[in-house]
Design a protein around this ligand. Structure first.
Ligand SMILES: [Fe+2]
Length: 367
C-alpha cells in the first residue's frame, strides 16, 4: 500500500488499484496541536462545520510524512503509517484472529494460571487471543473470596449487570426462577436469548465442587453452524432467516427479543447463535414453511446435543471459565445434592471489555 501524488491530488495504490483520496478525508485527519488532543487523540474541531469545498493547494511526501497545504489555510503533516492503518475497513485486531472450529476431539487446549499483575500482562494478551480462537478459556487459581469474579470482570472491562444482579450464584435452591438453580442436567443452550442486547461473554467461577456429577459441557455453535451449512443448506437457510421470539418472565420483569437461531453478519458470515428451547416461540408461518422450520430446528438440536460436538470437563474450585455466549453453547450434567455442595458464581461482560483490553495489550507490548 503506497501513497502517491499526482499534481495536487493524493492517491492510494495497493499494486492492483489506484484511487484518489478525498481531500476532505485528509483534512479531517490533520493532527497538529490545535486540531487534536494528544492524550485522547480526540479532535478539537468539528469537521461537520468545515467548508465542504476543501481542496489541496500543495502536497509533498517527505520521508514518512505527507505534507499538505489545504485551501482553507490549514497546513498539516500526516504520518503515512498512521493513515495506512485506516485503509482497511475491517477490524484489524479482533477479525484477524481466526476462529478455530472444534468438536469433541478437542484436546490439549491451554489453561491459564492467574497470578499477580495478570490483567496487564502478556499472558492476558495470549489468553484473549485463545478466547477469540476457541470461544472459551479456563483460568486456574482465581481467588474465591469476596465475589472475586466481579473484580476479575472489572479488571478486563466492566461487568454487565442484569436483573439477576451484578453476579449470580449458581447452586440448587428452593423455588428457583430458572432451571440453572436446580441440580438437573442442563442441555446445551446460550444464555439470555431474550435480552436486547444478549450478554456477549459469560464468566463462571467454581467456588465449591463436592459432587461427582455437575460436569461443565460446551459445544461450538460456530462448528455446528458451518457443518449444517455444508450438510443441510435448506435447514441452514431457514434457521438463519426466520426470527423467533424469546421470552423470560418472572414477578418483576418481562423480557422479550426476536432473533434468528443462526444470526449472520452483513457479509452472510457467522455472527451469533441463540438456542434455548425452553424459551423460544416460533412465529406463525405458512404450514409448508413451518414444516421445514421444525425439521431444521430438530436437526440443529440433535447436532447441539450430539456427543460428536460436546466436550465435558469438571471445573475445580478456583477455576474460572470465560465463554463466548454468541458462539458457544454451554450446559452441565446433573448432580446429586446428597453428595455435597456445588457452588459456582457467574457474571457477564460484553465484547467491548475483551476487545478493548486486547487492543490495549497489543499496543502496550507492540505486538
Ligand atoms: Fe446458562
Amino acid at each position: 500500500m503506497k501513497i502517491e501524488l499526482d499534481e495536487n491530488k493524493v492517491y492510494i495504490n495497493n499494486g492492483s488499484f489506484k484511487r484518489e483520496i478525498h481531500p476532505f478525508w485528509l483534512r479531517e485527519r490533520v493532527d497538529g496541536e490545535e486540531f487534536l488532543d494528544k492524550g485522547t487523540q480526540q479532535r478539537l474541531f468539528d469537521p461537520t462545520t468545515l467548508n465542504s469545498k476543501i481542496s489541496i493547494n500543495t502536497a509533498n511526501i517527505n520521508d514518512k510524512f505527507l505534507e499538505i497545504d489545504f485551501n482553507d489555510g490549514v497546513k498539516s503533516k500526516l504520518d503515512i503509517d498512521k493513515l495506512a492503518l485506516e485503509f482497511s475497513n475491517e477490524d484489524t485486531v479482533i477479525r484477524t484472529i481466526p476462529k478455530i472450529k472444534w468438536n469433541s476431539t478437542l484436546e490439549n487446549i491451554k489453561n491459564f494460571e492467574y497470578q499477580d499483575g495478570f490483567f496487564d500482562s502478556k499472558e492476558m494478551y495470549n489468553l484473549l487471543v485463545s478466547f477469540y480462537k476457541y470461544g472459551f478459556v479456563v483460568i486456574k487459581n482465581i481467588p474465591t473470596e469476596d465475589n472475586f469474579i466481579v473484580k476479575f470482570a472489572n479488571s478486563i472491562g466492566s461487568v454487565r449487570r442484569t436483573n439477576f444482579g451484578e453476579y449470580f450464584d449458581v447452586k440448587s435452591k428452593p423455588d428457583p426462577n430458572d432451571l440453572a438453580y436446580t441440580s438437573l442436567e442442563l442441555s446445551p443452550h446460550t444464555d439470555n436469548p431474550y435480552r436486547n442486547p444478549v450478554p456477549c461473554i459469560q464468566l463462571l467461577h467454581c467456588i465449591v465442587s463436592e459432587v461427582t456429577g455437575g460436569l461443565s459441557t460446551l459445544v461450538d455453535g460456530f462448528t455446528v453452524t458451518e457443518d449444517l451449512k455444508k450438510e443441510n443448506p435448506d435447514f441452514y437457510k431457514i434457521l438463519s432467516e426466520v426470527k423467533v421470539r424469546f421470552k423470560f418472565i418472572d414477578k418483576d420483569v418481562v423480557l422479550e427479543d426476536w432473533s434468528e437461531l443462526i444470526k449472520l453478519d452483513d457479509n452472510k458470515n457467522f455472527k451469533q447463535v441463540r438456542f434455548s428451547p425452553r424459551l423460544d416461540y416460533v412465529p406463525i408461518l405458512d404450514k409448508e414453511k413451518l414444516d421445514l422450520y421444525y425439521k431444521a430446528r430438530k436437526k440443529l438440536s440433535e447436532m447441539y446435543n450430539s456427543e460428536k460436538y460436546r466436550i465435558e470437563f469438571k471445573l475445580a474450585p478456583k477455576d474460572l471459565m470465560m465463554m463466548d455466549n454468541y458462539r458457544l453453547l454451554h450446559g452441565r450434567t446433573s448432580y446429586e445434592v446428597k453428595e455435597g455442595n456445588r457452588f459456582l458464581q457467574g457474571c457477564y461482560i460484553d465484547y467491548d471489555s475483551t476487545e478493548g483490553k486486547l487492543r490495549h495489550l497489543k499496543r502496550k507490548f507492540n505486538i
